[in-house]
Design a protein around this ligand. Structure first.
Ligand SMILES: O=C([O-])CC(=O)C(=O)O
Ligand SMILES: [Mg+2]
Length: 227
């Protein structure tokens, strides 16, 4: 027998905030958090294409290459949770596949994020919920533990706590600390409006480019080298 350390579940985000998150690209959200941090190197499984997803993190830390505690977490899930698995970024063995993906759907899980490898990529890509992973590997997991559920974890270099807001789309995954939720979403909405204005200016031919040469000192290079 091994151990699953089970922490108390984190707070549930305001459903209205989650609805607003689903209108904000992850690029806008990470810009709204100073462009630092965020989950790196975790993307949709190949062939997957889903709408943007947002939900509270159900965190799992597992021994790399082992999925016993992920199975435990599936049975502890609340509808709307985003399962975030800290698999230590280990890519030599998958920790989740189509059976678990299909079961996760029946548990109401909104998305799966694995900082590690998954398998059965075609089946996961055809499923109704987004699956983000750092890699794909046909080699399957062991089922021995140990691990933790609802504790603080890392995914792609970002700290994730149970109840943090996880947002994922074609660019990857962003985690908004739950106490910063309304602040970051409010900033994101302003940024989105500013970007939409830029799109309109590009289309109208009035896009101001003066800042580029105001920011650069340009050296003209000739055949004889810089002058
Ligand atoms: O065998 C496993 O534990 C993982 C897997 O492929 C699946 O969930 O389909
Ligand atoms: Mg399988």
């Amino acid at each position: 027998m091994s151990t699953c350390r089970r922490h108390p579940a984190g707070p549930r985000p305001d459903p209205g905030l989650l609805v607003r998150c689903r209108d904000l690209p992850t690029s806008i959200l990470s810009d709204s958090m100073e462009r630092v941090g965020g989950v790196r190197g975790v993307h949709w499984v190949p062939g997957g294409r889903w709408p943007r997803v947002a939900g509270p993190a159900l965190t799992v830390r597992t021994r790399p290459g082992d999925n016993l505690v992920i199975h435990r977490a599936l049975d502890l899930a609340e509808p709307g949770d985003v399962l975030v698995v800290d698999g230590g970024g280990f890519l030599e063995r998958a920790v989740l596949g189509e059976i678990m993906g299909r079961y996760a759907v029946t548990r109401g899980i909104a998305a799966i994020v694995v900082d590690g490898a998954v398998r059965d990529a075609e089946g996961l890509a055809a499923g109704p919920i987004p699956v983000f992973a750092a890699g794909i590997n046909h080699l399957g997991p062991y089922k021995d533990g140990p691990g933790e559920v609802h504790g603080p974890v890392q995914a792609g270099g970002s700290v994730v706590r149970s109840g943090d807001l996880v947002v994922g789309d074609a660019d990857g995954v962003v985690v908004v600390p739950h106490e910063r939720g309304s602040e970051v979403v409010g900033r994101g909405e302003q940024r989105l409006r500013a970007e939409e204005e830029q799109f309109a200016e590009i289309a109208a031919g009035t896009f101001d480019r003066s800042w580029v040469l105001e920011t650069l000192t340009e050296e003209l290079v000739t055949g004889d080298g810089p002058r």
